[in-house]
Design a protein around this ligand. Sequence first.
Ligand code: B12
Length: 385
Amino acid sequence: MSLTEDLKRRAREIGFCAVGVTGAEPFSEAETAAAGRTDEGLMDGLTWWTKARVHASADPRRATPEARSVIALAFPHPRPNSDDESPADGPRGRIAAYALGRDYHDVLLERMQPLLLMLREQGHVAKTYVDHGWMLDRAAAARAGIGWLGKNTNLLVPGVGSSVLLAEIVTSADLDEDRPLKTSCGSCDACIRVCPTGALTAPGVLDNRLCISFWTIEHRGVIPLEIRPLIGDWIFGCDLCQEICPVTVSPRAAAPDTAALTAFGPTIAARPRLEELLALDEEGFRSRFRGSAVWRTRRSGLLRNACIALGNIADRASVAALAGALGDAEPLVRGHAAWALGRLGGAPARMQLAQALSREADAWVREECALALQECGPLVVRSAV
Ligand code: B12
């Protein structure tokens, strides 16, 4: 058996659902696309994203000059559990499926170790990438033929869909290369139509500034007023453009390998109770989300998102929880709690907002309280006659 076949067999045993090989030449087409989109402002908001990063990420030999091959790998991620759905016990938010288990960076890095060992034992240089090194993951996967780039920009693995996370090994080993697939999404544009913010501006083109995933995961500060109502009940990431994808949700799509999924450990609730999240202090946040991708938002980001979701669900029974958040130590949480109360409306919400306004020192939070009071409508005073 050749080294390529050996590596592929081992990768599948470890739980990777797709594995392919491409050469180590630069990903020139993807580089041009990514640089162009960066120039057009489509990647704006991601403070760590730069043109220099695009160019470096497009060249596997930048960090590994002796590289001959790139092994592209896809690993299935957990899926939401349907018995986590009962809305009867209060409003719930939604967490993107990829974040339901242990942080995927750790999981995939661990899983790649036996492959690294195989290569190094034969004297080859081998370097791993799971998003944190600079590499264009989707471009590598597409050129290695493990899937095609869908109109929702995600890599779709035939027979599996996009519920996968990507990783690569750049190596000096001269492996047998695979060819890119000829598959495409055809005339289907369900993902483009379902996105509530219109973030998919054309097939395969995402405007980061409109993506719910960007706002709820990556953005650190205040979420613009016009975006908030469009976020719905998402509190970390968004899967709408994948959940509608006929390839990903096809009954014929392979169920994720349960042995592979154990690598993610116990999963967190896909639909957590929002009021419970608002009650988390720093320690509570840490013990609930340490080791999971949700950690990235920090407590203040997650509570900000929970307030927005409560505002969108607009159940007046949430006034007390939101009133508690009006007293949070973080202005970011207080301001978004005020917005949410404005969306709930009614006398109790109005009273909480008026009280908050009278004690609030932060200028932006005061502004949010004032706007929310207007949103609640005029105070109705019942006449005695
Ligand atoms: C920046 C980033 C984000 C940003 C911006 C997204 C973006 N489009 O760039 C934000 C925070 C919004 C984000 C969101 C998500 N992300 Co992200 N993200 C990345 C990251 C770090 C870089 C992506 C990148 O290079 N962007 C530059 C743009 C220009 O590239 P692109 O959108 O992929 O565009 C390519 C194709 O569209 C194609 N193309 C060009 N023209 C055309 C035309 C047509 C017709 C078609 C079909 C294709 C096509 O060429 C482009 C260049 O390769 C990668 C990890 C990595 N290091 O690669 C993960 C990564 C792409 N993200 C991932 C995930 C899981 C997500 C989310 C699903 C998470 C979630 N559930 O909330 C969402 C999906 C949103 C979406 N539809 O893209 C996975 C995707 C796995 C997969 N199956 O594809 C990756 C690969 C991480 C990983 N290692 O697994 N992400």
